[in-house]
Design a binder for this molecule. Structure first.
Ligand SMILES: Nc1ncnc2c1ncn2[C@@H]1O[C@H](COP(=O)(O)OP(=O)(O)OP(=O)(O)O)[C@@H](O)[C@H]1O
Length: 484
């Protein structure tokens, strides 16, 4: 700044800013000498912290380097090289004969350090700057800190300590850019604790191979209505679906694999259906194309969306109310000890019953009955498994009554928001990006759980359905490890 005729004017364009000197340079020499021990202690602590950080972040690399250095000093280079060769041969043999345990215990540790150093640490500064995830205050740059990196065969989990004042949503909006920057197919943001997030950078889809349906189990006690295994998640864990105390809505375009999810549920329930502990009801407006494949396992099933279907829905709604009255003051919710069977109502193409039915009266009666069951059926042990292609509000205005929502392949991002709720797609649940070559893949979102789960349902073939019918109706065929 300069003064011209008593008036302050802006500096000329070429005038450079005066360099700002650190405050301690302005101290008198005596004070500098007095502060020297403190400054030395500070620098030493800082160096120790840096070394500890390197050891924590790269323990295997540090251990290997230390052992090589120690061997070199004590045994000499030849003996160290021979010992290194023996260790390498041992590791190769482990990998060759036990690839699973090698993949679980050895590979991820070294691979994580390699990926941390080569992919993330070396690009971190420029990527967060270019993605505008840094903050500047008084000329000082605040950068998000790269934390632990865990590399798996199909994804890298990268911990990040966010800059103060940042929200996970800011990272969610930049997830696509981060994925491209780090060479991943997609990036999802998970909150670990306040201030700390984990980026899931997915390199490959681990769900490309269809999963055969598991063998049927003959023990009704093994059926846990809160944790039915109906597929596998992308982390390799069983996909457990809750039926007791919830209502389930499955939405996907034609060919998305809704049928495989439905039949995976029914197969998981098979021993309890056979034992009379679970009773299935079905409505299939497509004339029985879906439920007709194994209609014998249903207690009652209707193959249209007319009077018979509506009557069935109304009877179930009345049963919900009857049970609620009976349980009042006796029990809080249904349990096997109540003596009543658990009821599962399967409605294939729910929209045909409550929206596309041309008879207004039937349509309204059906919608009222389904709403009664979904809103009040939780405690009396009545669950609706609704399958749907079109999730628009005009079609199902009471989507929120389904506390477990499953999005299979969908056409548009807006449909994902309709099914899973606002913000879930930004957290990574890109159901509109599920490949048409992977039917059965879905995003599962349960109310009360922030993170959606990506999984694939078992592939239930015609043979599996025939076996299911034989099993439930009594013609058992025993095979190794179960009943076939
Ligand atoms: N989990 C799965 N794994 C592998 N293939 C599957 C799986 N689920 C379904 N498929 C295959 O995908 C195709 C379509 O499946 P399905 O009929 O279940 O879809 P849908 O969503 O029910 O379609 P629609 O609404 O038209 O009835 C079938 O050929 C089926 O064999």
């Amino acid at each position: 700044m300069s003064s011209e005729g008593g008036r302050w004017v802006d500096p000329a364009p070429l005038e450079v800013a005066r360099p700002r000197l650190p405050w301690w340079t302005l101290l008198p020499n005596g004070a500098k000498v007095a502060l020297l021990p403190f400054a030395t202690a500070y620098v030493t602590c800082w160096l120790v912290c840096q070394v500890v950080r390197v050891v924590v972040r790269y323990p295997v690399t540090v251990l290997v380097c230390s052992l090589v250095a120690w061997g070199w000093i004590t045994w000499g280079e030849w003996a160290t090289a021979v010992a290194g060769g023996v260790v390498l041969v041992g590791l190769s043999a482990w990998w060759f004969w036990h690839p699973e345990s090698f993949g679980r215990w050895v590979a991820p540790v070294g691979w994580s350090e390699v990926r941390r150093f080569c992919v993330y640490a070396c690009q971190w500064r420029s990527v967060v700057r270019l993605s505008e995830l840094t903050k500047d205050k008084r000329g000082r740059e605040f950068r998000p800190r790269l934390g632990r990196v865990r590399a798996q065969s199909w994804r890298d989990c990268v911990r990040v300590r966010m800059v103060k004042g940042q929200a996970p949503e800011q990272w969610e909006t930049r997830a696509s850019g981060l994925a491209h920057s780090f060479g991943a197919r997609s990036c999802r943001v998970r909150v670990i604790r306040p201030g700390v997030i984990e980026l899931d950078l997915v390199r490959f889809d681990p769900l490309t191979v269809p999963l055969p349906a598991p063998a049927l189990n003959d023990d009704p006690a093994s059926v846990d209505l809160r944790r039915l295994v109906v597929g596998r998640t992308e982390t390799g864990r069983p996909l457990r679906l809750r039926l007791r105390g919830t209502q389930v809505l499955v939405v996907g375009v034609s060919g998305a694999g809704k049928g495989s999810l439905l039949w995976s549920v029914v197969r998981a329930l098979a021993p309890a259906i056979k034992a009379g502990q679970v009773r299935l009801y079905g409505v299939d407006p497509k004339g029985g194309m879906e439920l007709g494949q194994a209609q014998e396992v249903f207690h009652r099933v209707v193959f249209d969306n007319g009077e018979a279907a509506v009557t069935l829905l109304e009877e179930l709604a009345a049963e919900v109310k009857r049970r609620a009255t009976t349980y009042r003051g006796v029990r809080r919710s249904w349990s096997p000890e109540s003596g009543d069977p658990f009821l599962l109502l399967v409605v294939d193409e729910l929209a045909d019953v409550i929206a596309y039915q041309s008879d207004k009266q039937l349509r309204e009666r059906a919608a009222r009955a389904v709403q009664t069951i979904t809103s009040q059926g939780r405690a009396p042990g009545v669950c609706v498994l609704g399958l749907l292609q079109d999730p628009r509000k005009e079609v199902v205005g009471f989507r929120h009554l389904f506390s477990t929502r499953i999005a299979m392949r969908l056409d548009e991002p807006a449909q994902v928001d309709m099914v899973l709720g606002d913000g879930v797609r930004q957290r990574g649940a890109a159901a509109h990006e599920i490949s048409e070559h992977t039917p059965g893949v879905a995003w599962v979102k349960e109310d009360g759980r922030r993170e959606p789960v990506r999984a694939r349902a078992f592939h239930v073939t015609d043979g599996d359905l025939a076996e299911l019918v034989t099993f439930v109706t009594g013609g058992l065929v025993l095979v190794e490890g179960g009943v076939r």
